[in-house]
Design a protein around this ligand. Structure first.
Ligand code: AMP
Ligand code: GLY
Length: 426
């Protein structure tokens, strides 16, 4: 099979690492990829939303399967583009069409979908410029804290949790009247705050059947003890120690099955990953979001635990035969720790050479590159999140300790990472 993987993060390095191990993978191309994916396949120099270049590469490289890593091309319709191009119609795609991607592309769509299918989630109301005054009155009476969510994609920054009413109204005005997030924030979901612990569950769906992949928990805040601004994710653990069989059963019955049935009932032929984001409140799962892709850095702990051949799994999606697949999971814990550029998630500098990438001990650890690029034969920093080290261990504590030890061997100017990933499970 000849495969094109779209994306350039740690998620794509982890997927490329796994795909390249499959005997069914004849050739692997990654666009645009990073310095890490270049060791698993051939990087192609175009962006994930450059549909014409995607088409050209599919034809030139005789691609059989396209795997879409990030959400942006999915929400913009890359799957529809491929399926509807006569020259590309034999190509299989992992990633939903534009309609299915609305689960992530529109918070209002996702909330309404959860309501229609009785999936537990926080109560909410939706506002635009048309009912702005009603929205302000709603906020004034709302209990604190208040969660405001920009409807559309806002590069992970569209959720604001407000501790007082003045702040909530100011934020609401910024989103709707001042277009703080552009068109993405002109519709706002105002949601009740849920107090609990977060975790994520990943499902692969073939339009009819689904399989559940290992669950994970990520650490979004930049600072230790979960303080400071949100990031794309500073680390992750899998399995999640509190996710016992009883909780996983509730998650499947109350969220996964109704989602799969709901997609089918609404005529959405969803083929790809669904990321279920939960807040667990007193042992009960409440959905806070859907994503139409895998998580990053969650993929970097989920994929190392997956024993199945990933190409075989994707073939089963294309043939709608996931009902014949059994997911096999490595029982060990995998944790990842992310190294970021100094200043991230605010402004940071790029272009620093990374030393010691080859020093990481492959016995228990894998280094996945994130924001990196090859320049004059050297690997240099190119993003806020630069690389992560995923390690196998007997427990969260054990795996994190191994990652932190390996982290000492790698360096670049301004490198930072959290020392406390998995702290609540020690
Ligand atoms: P999202 O961009 O949807 O991933 O949301 C960002 C973060 O906001 C989540 O990871 C949660 O920590 C938090 N969040 C979202 N919705 C709620 C909610 N209803 N109650 C409490 N926290 C929330
Ligand atoms: N780590 C969170 C995400 O991928 O959305």
């Amino acid at each position: 099979m000849r495969i094109l993987l779209l994306g350039s993060g740690g998620r794509e390095h982890a997927l490329a690492w796994k795909l390249s191990q499959s005997p069914l993978c004849e050739s692997l191309f990654i666009a645009p990829g990073n310095a890490g994916t270049a060791s698993c396949g051939i990087n192609l120099d175009f962006g994930v939303t450059d549909f014409e270049s995607i088409k050209k590469a599919c034809l030139d490289k005789k691609i059989d399967l396209v795997i879409v890593g990030p959400e942006e091309p999915l929400v913009k319709g890359v799957t529809d583009f491929i399926i509807n191009s006569p020259a590309l119609k034999k190509i299989d795609v992992i990633g939903p069409d534009k309609k299915g991607a609305q689960l992530e592309g529109s918070k209002a769509f996702a909330k309404a979908f959860m309501m229609r299918h009785n999936i537990p989630t926080a109560a909410y109301k939706e506002f635009t410029v048309d009912n702005y005054a009603e929205g302000v009155r709603y906020l004034q009476k709302h209990q604190l804290p208040i969660v405001l969510k920009a409807d559309g994609l806002a590069a992970g920054k569209g959720v604001v949790i407000c501790e007082n009413h003045l702040e909530a109204i100011a934020e609401f005005e910024l989103m709707i009247q001042m277009a703080k997030f552009g068109d993405a924030g002109k519709r706002v979901v105002v949601e009740d705050f849920l107090q609990g612990v977060e975790m994520s569950v990943f499902v692969l769906m073939d339009g009819k059947n689904y399989v559940i992949l290992p669950e994970a928990k990520d650490y979004k805040r930049i600072g230790e003890g979960d303080t400071g601004p949100n990031t794309g994710g500073m680390g992750a653990v899998s399995p999640v120690p509190f996710a016992d069989a009883v909780l996983m059963k509730k998650i499947e019955e109350k969220a996964i099955k109704p989602t799969v049935a709901g997609l089918q009932k609404e005529g959405l032929e969803y083929r790809g990953f669904i990321f279920f984001g939960f807040m667990i409140v007193k042992n009960e799962p409440f959905m806070i979001e859907y994503n139409c892709r895998m998580g990053d850095p969650e993929t970097e702990v989920v994929i190392p635990r997956l024993k199945n051949d990933l190409v075989e799994l994707f073939e089963a999606v294309s043939h709608q035969q996931l009902d014949k697949v059994t997911i096999e999971t490595d029982p060990r814990t995998v944790c990842t720790v992310v190294a970021v550029s100094g200043g991230y998630p605010g402004e940071y500098k790029k272009g620093y050479e990374i030393q010691g990438l080859e020093e990481v001990n492959p016995a228990d650890s894998i280094l996945f590159q994130m924001g990196t690029v090859l320049k004059d034969g050297k690997v240099v920093t190119q993003g806020g999140r630069v690389f992560c080290i995923s390690s196998y261990g007997r427990s969260v504590f054990d795996a994190v300790e191994i990652s932190k030890e390996e982290m000492q061997k790698v360096s670049f100017t301004g490198m930072e990472y959290r020392n406390d990933i998995g702290y609540e499970f020690e």
